[in-house]
Design a binder for this molecule. Sequence first.
Ligand code: GAR
Length: 209
Amino acid sequence: KARVAILISGTGTNMAALLYAAKADDCPYEVVLVASNNPDAPGLRLADAENIPTWAKSHKGMDRAAFDTEIGAAIEDAQAGYVALAGYMRLLSPEFVARWQHRMLNIHPSLLPKYKGLDTCQRALDAGDSHAGCSVHLVTAEVDDGEVLAQTKVAITDGDTAETLARRVQFAEHQLFPRTLARWVTRYHAPDWLLSEVTKYALALPETE
Ligand code: GAR
């Protein structure tokens, strides 16, 4: 099975969805690490109770690249081949993004390219949209950017508030993320040992233009 590290900053409902989907025998991935920049993230307690190794450290007062080197080392130690960002509310350094190119997926609560950033459901309501939704995309250096792999549209009903809508969008997220990750690791699958050899080699090359 493909080995996945999940990064969280908060509640971790998407982490839970990824984790429980992975319990199915035919799921092509397993969760080998849950890591967080917030030692108080409630999701860490659940991961721990489910016997998933966890790593946590506060990023406060730390240089971004230095922090990403540490979290990156934890991911390498776990021998993960993929990274899933599940409510990881922190920008990643260009080096980290490059290391996990094509192997790092993020879930975002909007129909990208609409509403990157925060308060996505409120912004969809304010714009009078008929639908909100969620997207799973490959992570690039730009925030909430990168190729969209899958989306779910969620109808906006009369009387929706940002809270009721966000809750419904989360139901959709919990379906979409595990399914899309499973599809991606199956389609884009090189053995992890090969990937790490290739990466080591690529990093050893002198810089070109
Ligand atoms: C999710 O709705 C996710 O889409 C969003 O944070 C929430 C985390 O909830 N992520 C972003 O906005 C990233 N730009 P969770 O901790 O319960 O999974």
